[in-house]
Design a protein around this ligand. Structure first.
Ligand SMILES: [Mn+2]
Length: 325
């Protein structure tokens, strides 16, 4: 698959008459925020965009998705321009792969995952902290080319949300000087940063607090305390009356434990496999995840393992980490 230059990307965005934007599975603030921002840009250009997600959008992101663009569509026009946003691999389209094929196959992708797999012509900026940084560049370019008179306020907020989300509120190592410069420009454009950050990071539902409480008291670790993990099975979720989406911050709880260098969350998925997420303070976990058939970023990656139990999946992951340490 070809790699697009930035100007080719802008041409394709301007040429997209009936845009359909796709998020990745288990949608996060970057994929949802970037899609919402792009939808607002398309709308301002007189198009009628739609956003489609393979999984439900978490409630805490409803400030980005509670709008007409995210409402279900009965039938997609066969001449739609389908754009995958922040989707690193075809697997990350989940159940959408079956729908968005043939005439509806993605026309191009916009992404920042260094070890992603291109399944359509791709614009990739691996040094971008979030796909939102690319959407920001796009918005600025659309204005300078005269395709837009200004960046709509909703897009300003959605881009800010996508970047803040993927950088853990500007805390992770993926933050660059450019990330802050873009954030500064967004503030100058009126981004409601305190409220967005409060919604993304400070507000937790009772269910999420309860999930974090469970995780905090069930962290396992190697004797040296450097590798730590938590197991989240269907049985555990059912016994707590919680859903998978309530455990999204589980890995953050694990990594907050003093001395932990590699944190992992092992979660049983609906397909019976176990999804292992990795976070590290320095070790290249993208490589470890790739060796187990997954992928991701240097310090945040994941893979899916077909073991019988969560314990077996954790054991495989721990061995892979130990081998890499
Ligand atoms: Mn992202």
């Amino acid at each position: 698959m070809s790699e697009l230059s930035f100007s080719e990307l802008v041409d394709r965005v301007i040429g997209a008459k009936k845009p359909i934007l796709l998020t990745h599975t288990r949608p996060d603030g970057d994929t949802v925020g970037s899609c919402a921002a792009l939808a607002a840009l398309f709308c301002a250009m007189g198009r009628h965009p739609a956003v489609v997600s393979p999984d439900p959008i978490p409630r805490r992101l409803s400030f980005l998705s509670d709008n007409e663009w995210f409402s279900p569509v009965d039938k997609y026009p066969s001449d739609a321009t389908v754009i995958a946003v922040d989707v690193a691999s075809p697997q990350q389209l989940g159940g959408l792969q079956a729908t968005f094929t043939g005439a509806l196959a993605p026309a191009f992708m916009i992404d920042h995952h260094e070890r992603g797999v291109a399944f359509a012509p791709r614009f990739l900026r691996a040094d971008a902290s979030a796909t939102g940084e690319i959407v920001y560049d796009l918005a600025v370019e659309l204005v300078s080319r005269g395709a837009l008179t200004a960046i709509p306020p909703f897009a300003v907020n959605a881009i800010f949300a996508s970047i803040s989300s993927d950088t853990g509120c500007f805390k992770y190592s993926n933050v660059t000087p450019r990330t802050h410069r873009i954030a500064a420009s967004l503030l100058e454009l009126g981004a409601e940063a305190p409220e967005i950050n409060r919604l993304l990071f400070d507000v937790k539902t009772a269910e999420i607090l309860s999930a974090e409480g469970y995780v905090a008291s069930h962290v396992c670790s190697t004797p040296d305390g450097k590798i730590a993990w938590v197991l989240v099975t269907n049985e555990i979720r059912a016994s707590l009356g919680l859903l998978d989406e309530h455990f999204e911050t589980a890995i953050d709880v694990v990594r907050s434990l003093e001395g932990v260098e590699i944190a992992m969350a092992v979660k049983e998925c609906s397909d019976g496999k176990f999804k292992v997420s990795f976070r590290s303070t320095g070790l290249d976990v993208a490589r470890i995840a790739a060796s187990l058939g997954g992928g991701g970023h240097l310090r945040a990656a994941g893979c899916s393992l077909s073991t019988k139990t969560a314990e077996e999946a954790a054991a495989i992951a721990v061995e892979a980490v130990k081998a890499a340490l």
